[in-house]
Design a binder for this molecule. Structure first.
Ligand code: GAP
Length: 453
């Protein structure tokens, strides 16, 4: 597929994220930490809404999935059994000339440190032969910093689910097919973190391990691929922007009997948001063998015992947030308050995931009666949704400021709210159409709650 890389669009999005408090470089006052990011007030809300929506659709709205929240630190034996200690690595190449370190599979898209317009293959530097570099971040537990106390920060959340499979099954009283969902941090010592938050060293995953009867894995793989595509459209990513890449045999993990990558057309190219993989019985088998504990399932109906097979939709929170930011960003030519054309930046987030749902404004800030009434309306809405109260500047400017962070609704309290035939009504402004309507305060909560669900 031809990909249009839009570096300037990406720069604008990064700048807006910093300016308005979606995302900041971690430890910024000390020069940052490569591949690690902090989410500011708006970013934290956006991320939380996204995770809540995933959690709700996976657990609350389904009878066949339960949740869990595993620890980041696990017994090192887990990572030996899962194969991560031996094989979770990328091929690393050193440049002896510029001292840069690059992933061998990204040599053609990386920049030489001394000649940024060239790649490490074309700059003329001398490259070392590739060596395998393990991506897990090692740490030690306890007072002794020797290898016997070493373990890793988890590079995926999935293993906690596999090793607790039996315990969860017992308490949840579920029958196969059933799944365990989890959201949590994961860590990878990426050689080249890049593309903003897309490839980070610390990130979050939303993973479902769905346990099925042997022989039914392919059907469930198809099912979950479709479910997951539907989910992305629910949060505002149009179907045509999601590319489904069927990973060929040669590129799949050896234990996988089918994997789809769901990809999004980012400004820097079409890249993976989520992998939906049929992992067979590999993980449970490995843990059964290494732990010596049975991870078999007893099927009451057929009286058969078997190790369940697993289909895993594994999504990245940070990548999805980034896709939402890219998808939402628009520059539009619109008339200002005096009818003159101006460019507005608007984040067209779906109301469901928008960080702030409604801006609440007194028309004028120097009129105590307006400010008082606005405070009352704000307090009415506050228990039901995230609001932002703003009284400073012309009303048009305040609308624009909320447009720029994607707030779908604005509620303005003016003199008509206080007296006359329109008493106890407010102006409701819609972000995308910029249309305004008059609605009673008494109907606000119902109206807005329905619109953001
Ligand atoms: N349990 C399977 C697993 O971890 P993966 O394809 O390595 O599979 C799943 O990761 C998802 O996690 C990816 O599709 C991506 O969204 C996210 N992810 C992986 N590495 C990441 C990184 N370095 N930075 C941000 N997100 C990452």
């Amino acid at each position: 597929m031809a990909v249009q890389h839009d570096a300037s669009l990406m720069e604008k999005i990064v700048s807006l994220c910093k300016r308005r408090g979606f995302i900041f470089p971690s430890s910024e006052i000390y020069g940052g930490l490569n591949g690690v990011w902090d989410y500011g007030p708006l970013g934290a809300e956006l991320k939380r809404n996204l995770k809540d929506h995933w959690w709700r659709s996976m657990t609350q709205l389904r009878d066949d999935v339960v949740g869990m929240d595993g620890a980041i630190l696990m017994n090192r034996a887990v990572w030996k059994a899962s194969g991560h200690e031996k094989t979770f690595s990328d091929p690393l190449v050193d440049c002896k000339t510029c001292k840069g370190r690059f992933r061998e599979d990204q040599l053609d898209t990386s920049q030489c440190k001394m000649k940024p317009s060239k790649t490490p293959r074309t700059c003329g530097g001398e490259l070392s032969p590739p060596r395998q570099f393990n991506l897990m971040l090692k740490t030690t537990i306890g007072a002794m910093e020797d290898d016997s106390n070493a373990t890793y920060l988890r590079p995926e959340t999935a293993q906690a689910i596999f090793v607790q499979f039996k315990s969860v099954l017992e308490v949840a009283r579920k029958k196969i097919p059933f799944g365990i969902a989890q959201i949590g941090k994961a860590f990878r010592n990426e050689i080249n973190p890049r593309n903003y938050t897309f490839r980070s060293r610390e990130f979050e995953q939303m993973e479902l391990e769905f346990f099925v009867k042997p022989g039914t894995g392919q059907e469930w793989l198809e099912y979950w691929k479709e479910e997951r595509i539907k989910w992305y459209t629910e949060i505002g990513i149009p179907r045509e922007k999601i590319h489904v890449h069927e990973v060929p045999d040669k590129d799949r993990a050896f234990y996988s009997q089918g994997t789809y990558d769901l990809e999004y057309a980012f400004p820097f190219g079409v890249q993976e948001l989520e992998g939906v993989a049929y992992r067979t019985d590999y993980d449970l088998k490995q843990h059964q063998e290494h732990s010596g504990k049975s991870l078999e399932y007893f099927d009451e109906e057929t009286k058969q015992k078997y190790i369940p097979h697993v289909v895993e939709p594994s999504a990245g929170v940070d990548r999805t947030v980034l896709a939402l930011l890219c998808e939402a960003y628009r520059e539009e030519e619109v008339p200002d308050e005096k009818g003159k054309q101006e460019t507005r930046i608007v984040m067209r987030f779906s109301p469901r995931i928008a960080p702030v749902k409604v801006g609440v404004f007194p028309l004028l800030k120097n009129k105590p009666e307006l400010v008082k009434k606005t405070g009352e309306v704000a307090n009415l809405l506050r228990p039901h949704m995230a609001i932002f109260y703003d009284e400073s500047g012309a009303i048009g400017r305040r609308y624009r400021r909320q447009d720029e962070v994607g707030t779908p609704f604005g509620v303005t309290i003016d003199f008509e709210t206080l007296e006359g035939p329109q008493k106890e009504t407010v102006t409701l402004r819609h972000r995308d159409s910029m249309k305004q309507e008059r609605i009673p305060i008494a109907g606000l909560v119902t109206r807005l709650s329905a619109a953001i669900r």
